[in-house]
Design a protein around this ligand. Structure first.
Ligand code: ZN
Length: 412
């Protein structure tokens, strides 16, 4: 981002906020209290939170929210944790971090520290986001920084994979929050060098083809589900996709059959469609369904002409297993002006990116939302070799705090 993008009144406000004695002392605490932040990060990473089983971690977080003095701490029906720092207005600025991980319950959570580095599954994604949220909430709690709009801190479930953003979806289906959250800041992973302001949409399907099955020799000619899927894959993957808006597809899993000398009774595949444009996702879904229809036709028609004692057709069932809406933050939105002004003030270089995050939900509803990192640096997300380096975390924390304060406005 170049400084020419910065909107002067917002820039002045950010500079003024950053110069307030209370804000400067909060910045100091971000440096001095780093050992506590690293401690929280390791502790939370040791509490398993596989998709759909985030309860223990939600309880851990609710305890921390109460300890650091947040008000109205509660866990909702799907396991999202809320805590409020009151202000004067009715609209909220939210700071959220997903608490789920990609790791199954059986994964050994060997979390350890060496120097400034933390190691272990989930330590960065999203241990770093949770630690940043707690750091900002706790430093605000011990300060007299005034702000107009209240803040809501949310540890939400269901961001990863088949969680399908169900935590954030629930937040924005709940009237209290749907009608009040004006700005959403989502902290996901490490770093200070990105702003996700474009929501990459995706739609995922499991396709199950079922047929009569049979013996490879005596029932030869019976329609074969594996062949139906293969034909469909062949023609679907020839569907042209535009470079812009970037649109992609993948067949990620294919399964089926029982033995080499059996015509299978069933076969299945998983398909992932992605785009920044909902229109392109719809178009790809239609192409997939047409490819399946043609493939069934091609396999069933000749089989129907043969007389055997079994039913003759393969049928396909298409089950939607994921749906993340696309959307993007308007170029002239207030939130984008604020984060740019904050980055200019901090001398931080960040790039606007497109990704699939919790921000998809508010962005698809036309709300202002961004996803950013929790500072420091990290790598190996979604692997057992995941790491996070705490060095320089305070830059990310200052960035989050200044953004929240500038969005909230100063209560004077
Ligand atoms: Zn994440």
């Amino acid at each position: 981002m170049s400084s020419s993008d910065v909107f002067p009144p917002v820039q002045e406000e950010v500079t003024r906020l950053a110069g307030l004695p209370e804000v400067r002392s909060a910045f100091g605490r971000f440096r001095h209290e780093e050992p506590q932040f690293a401690q929280w990060q390791m502790e939370v990473s040791r509490v398993a939170a596989p998709p759909f089983a985030e309860t223990h971690r939600a309880e851990w977080l609710a305890h921390r929210f109460r300890e650091i003095g947040l008000a109205e701490v509660e866990i909702d029906g799907v396991g999202n944790v809320f805590g409020v720092r009151p202000g004067y207005g009715k609209r909220f600025v939210s700071l959220s971090a997903h608490i789920d991980t990609v790791f199954p319950a059986t994964t050994p959570l060997n979390i350890h520290q060496q120097g400034t580095r933390l190691y272990g599954p989930g330590v960065s994604d999203n241990g770093a986001g949770i630690a940043a949220m707690l750091a900002v909430a706790s430093v605000l709690g011990g300060s007299r920084i005034p702000h107009a709009l209240p803040f809501v801190f949310i540890g939400n479930v269901g961001e990863e994979g088949e969680g399908d953003l169900r935590g954030m979806r629930r937040v924005f289906e709940t009237p209290r929050w749907r009608d009040s959250i004006a700005y959403s800041i989502i902290v996901d992973g490490a770093g200070s060098d990105t702003v996700v302001a474009e929501a990459l949409g995706s739609r995922r399907f499991e396709v199950i083809a079922r047929g009569p099955g049979g013996h490879s020799w005596s029932d030869f000619g019976a329609p074969n589900p594996i062949i139906v899927l293969s034909r469909a894959i062949q023609s679907f993957t020839e569907t042209p996709v535009p470079a812009s808006p970037k649109t992609t597809f993948n067949i990620g899993i294919i399964r089926g059959g029982t033995s080499v000398n059996s015509i299978p009774e069933s076969a299945s595949m998983r398909v992932d469609l992605r785009s920044t444009s909902m229109h392109e996702i719809d178009r790809l879904e239609r192409a997939l369904r047409i490819a399946l229809d043609h493939a069934m036709d091609a396999e069933n028609r000749p089989a129907a002409t043969r007389a055997t004692r079994r039913p003759h057709t393969v049928q396909c069932e298409v089950v939607e297993i994921g749906n993340r809406p696309a959307g993007e933050l308007a170029h002239n939105s207030h939130l984008l002006k604020v984060i740019r002004a904050v980055d200019a003030h901090l001398g931080n270089t960040a790039q606007v990116q497109r990704a699939s995050t919790d921000a998809n939900i508010p962005l698809s509803l036309g709300r202002e939302a961004i996803a950013i990192g929790g500072g420091g640096s990290g790598g190996g997300a979604h692997t057992l070799q995941e790491w996070f380096d705490c060095a320089g975390r305070d830059l990310g924390l200052r960035r989050i705090l200044l953004t929240m304060l500038a969005l909230s406005g100063l209560g004077e």
